[in-house]
Design a protein around this ligand. Sequence first.
Ligand SMILES: *Cc1c(COP(=O)(O)O)cnc(C)c1O
Length: 400
Amino acid sequence: MTSKELIQIEDQYGAHNYHPLDVVLAKGKGIWVYDLEGNKFLDFLSAYSSVNQGHCHPRIVKALTDQAQKLTITSRAFRNDQLALFCKQVCELADMDMLLPMNSGAEAVETAIKAMRKWGYKVKGIAKDKAEIITCAGNFHGRTTTIVGFSTEELYKEYFGPYTPGFKSVPYGDALAIENAITENTAAVLIEPIQAEGGVLIPPEGYLKQIAEICKKHNVLLAMDEIQTGLGRTGEMFACRHEGVQPDIFILGKALSGGFYPVSAVVTNKEVLGLFTPGEHGSTFAGNPLACAIAREALNVIVEEELPRKATELGKYFMDQLRTINSDHIKEVRGKGLLIGVELKDSAGGARRFCEAMQAEGLLCKETHETVIRFAPPLVITKKDIDWAFERIKKVLETL
Ligand SMILES: *Cc1c(COP(=O)(O)O)cnc(C)c1O
């Protein structure tokens, strides 16, 4: 079948909850993806940073196929020989005590919400059903009904109410606003170290550090949603480490499996996850041996191939290049490591048409928030590939 036919069938039978570029991908290797007709593209989205390790990384393919022939699922009714070492490995990487595995990122956020609320009641002594969690305007934490309830994006929530109570919204980037929003009922602050979906918004220097101090001072937990920013993307294993911040809770997903399989996790000190007792929470697929084997190798690749260091070096190189582009459309180039956003002026007519023009040049990018083009290639990209891509990006931005 041709791409055209498949697009027609997908549009007929698949729900239209996405607006994808019309490219039907059939193969991936490293930073490259190939459509059905064999055209080659550089993947500048990395499935929202799920494939930091590059598409179909051979080591992870091997871990997957080896494990798939041994044992794939046990449920948590029984133990398996992969879960323990997965938990230990992530805890050591995150400098934490305990891990609770889930599947999707949104499930990990939901799990963290439960854990933070329970901590609020059992440890902080908040009155029953009064626990509050502070979130930020412009956040993206996933798509469940509870999570979209505290989104500030009308599109994500408009027809999906009524919303779960217990969340308070403050502007992003303003630490004092958080301090002012804290009450005796505040259990936690849930935050992204960089708002990636929000348009690659980088908070002012020192913001995360200030929040960490405020949380400590008021006996409030700090939860970092590092689902997209974590695991090397911004040049550190976790983005909050740029400011030397260790939160109470890490929420991880996406690249935790190198893009092979949904694997997410909540990682905390003993005081938080130690509160869960048998039967209170769970998921049929979470912590299965296939997921754990994949994730263990996905993490080995990040560490052994020094992907955070690559993201730092190449991110700086790429951003310096992008800043030399002479285009009236560009308002700002910003980013950290290889999470880069090019914000266009309102007069540019939206980022989508630029993404479509780049597709014709062999680059796949996706606009975020109408006016921002996100550049987030797999971290295994080389200087040579960046040079190749830059010529094309420059051409599109300077001629369109
Ligand atoms: C992608 C993402 C999520 C949700 O993860 P899913 O696997 O899509 O449920 C949550 N938070 C952040 C910061 C994300 O980027």
